[in-house]
Design a protein around this ligand. Structure first.
Ligand SMILES: C[S@@+](CC[C@H](N)C(=O)[O-])C[C@H]1O[C@@H](n2cnc3c(N)ncnc32)[C@H](O)[C@@H]1O
Length: 336
C-alpha cells in the first residue's frame, strides 16, 4: 500500500498522460443517469446540512472520483481506495484485474483527477480490505462501492461502507444487476434482507441505499423528477421496502459534462487546427483552379495547333502535287 498522497501537478503536455477536456473524455463507467443521481443526492445532502467525508472504493481512471470531488465541502475529506498498479493478493481478484483493468495506472488516475481539481484526494493504494483501518467509523456521508465485483469482496465492501457511514449517509453499489456480476447482485440483496440496508432508488447500473431512513431521500428525488420530460419514477415495494426506479429512454442527462483546466486550451488547439485545415483546403482549391486554367489554356493552344495542322498538310501536298511552274509561283508569293 502506498501512503497518503496529497498534491502533484497536472499532466504537462507531451508526457503521454491524459489531458481530458471534459469528464466525457475520461475513460470509465459512470453514466449520465448516475451523474444526475449523484448530483441530486449530494446537493440534497449539502442543502439539508448533512456533512461528512466522501469515500470511493474502486476509482479506475478517476471518472466518478473527479465528479465526486466537486461536491467536497471545506473541512471534508475525500478518500479513494484502489489497487491501481498493485497486485490484488488473491488469484480471483488478480484475474479480474488483468481481464478488466489492464491499462490502469495510478499516474493516469492522478493526471485525470488533477485536470479537474487542484489537489488529489487521499489515496489508499491497496485492497479495499484496508478501508476499515484507514477511514474513521461514522465519518462519511457518501460511499461509492465500485471496486472488485466478486461476491466475497463486495460483501466486505458493503460491511466497510456500513461502518464508515453516518446514519444520514448514502451508499451506492455499482453493477448490482449486470449479467456478468452476479456476485454484486447476491451481496446487494443479501445486505437488504439481512444487514438492514434500505433501498432509496435504482438506476440501470447502480443501487442507492442507506442504513438510515430512506424516506427523505426518496421525497427529494420525487420532487426532482416531477415535471421532467426525460424521465419519470416508478415506485415498487420489495419485502416491505419502498424503492424508486428511474425510468426513461436514456434517463436524465447532465446538462453539460464538467470541464477540466485544459478545456479552453484544448478548444483553442481545436480551433487552430480547424483554421489550418480550412486554409489548406482553400489553397488546394486555388491551386486546382489555377491548374485548371493552365490546363484550359494548354488545351486551347492544342486545339488551335490542331486546327492549323490540316492547312499546313494541304499546303505541303499542293507543293508536291502541283506542276513546278505553279509551285514556283506559290513559293514566290509566300516569300514576299
Ligand atoms: C469498475 S472500475 C471503477 C470504475 C470507476 N468508478 C469509474 O467511474 O470509471 C473498478 C476498479 O476497482 C479496482 N479494484 C478491483 N479490485 C479491487 C480491490 N480488491 N481493492 C481495491 N480496488 C480494486 C480496479 O483497480 C478498478 O480500478
Amino acid at each position: 500500500m502506498t501512503p497518503l498522497h496529497t498534491e502533484t501537478v497536472a499532466a504537462p503536455a507531451g508526457t503521454g498522460l491524459p489531458r481530458p477536456g471534459t469528464l466525457a473524455d475520461v475513460k470509465g463507467w459512470f453514466f449520465d443517469q448516475d451523474q444526475v443521481l449523484f448530483d441530486w443526492l449530494l446537493t440534497h445532502q449539502a442543502r439539508s446540512g448533512v456533512r461528512g467525508d466522501l469515500l470511493e472504493m474502486g476509482a479506475y481512471l478517476g471518472k466518478s472520483a473527479a465528479f465526486l470531488g466537486r461536491y467536497l465541502d471545506s473541512g471534508e475529506e475525500f478518500t479513494v481506495c484502489d489497487l491501481f498498479d498493485s497486485p490484488a493478493g488473491d488469484a480471483a481478484n488478480d484475474e479480474e484485474m488483468q481481464r478488466s483493468y489492464a491499462t490502469l495506472s495510478r499516474r493516469a488516475f492522478e493526471a485525470n483527477y488533477l485536470a479537474f481539481h487542484d489537489e488529489l484526494p487521499t489515496i489508499i493504494q491497496g485492497p479495499t480490505s484496508l478501508v476499515p483501518e484507514k477511514v474513521a467509523p461514522g465519518s462519511c456521508r457518501f460511499v461509492h462501492v465500485d471496486a472488485s465485483h466478486l461476491y466475497d469482496h463486495v460483501r466486505g465492501d458493503i460491511t466497510a461502507a456500513r461502518r464508515v457511514l453516518s446514519p444520514e449517509g448514502v451508499v451506492v453499489l455499482d453493477d448490482y444487476r449486470s449479467e456478468h456480476t452476479p456476485g454484486v447482485s447476491a451481496a446487494t440483496w443479501e445486505a437488504l434482507f439481512t444487514e438492514g440496508l434500505r433501498p432509496i432508488c435504482l438506476s440501470r447500473c447502480k443501487f442507492y441505499g442507506t442504513w438510515g431512513d430512506p424516506a427523505p431521500w426518496q421525497e427529494a428525488l420525487i420532487l426532482e423528477i416531477v415535471g421532467r420530460a426525460d424521465c419519470h419514477a416508478d415506485l415498487q415495494t420489495i419485502a416491505g421496502h419502498r424503492v424508486l426506479r428511474l425510468v426513461g429512454e436514456r434517463g436524465p442527462a447532465m446538462p453539460e459534462p464538467p470541464r477540466s483546466r485544459y478545456y479552453e486550451a484544448l478548444r483553442a488547439e481545436e480551433r487552430a487546427a480547424e483554421e489550418i485545415r480550412r486554409r489548406r483546403e482553400e489553397s488546394d482549391a486555388r491551386a486546382a483552379a489555377a491548374a485548371g486554367e493552365a490546363g484550359a489554356a494548354a488545351e486551347a493552344a492544342q486545339r488551335r495547333a490542331a486546327a492549323r495542322r490540316p492547312k499546313a498538310r494541304a499546303r505541303r501536298a499542293a507543293l508536291l502535287l502541283l506542276p513546278p511552274v505553279v509551285t514556283k509561283g506559290l513559293r514566290r508569293l509566300r516569300s514576299r
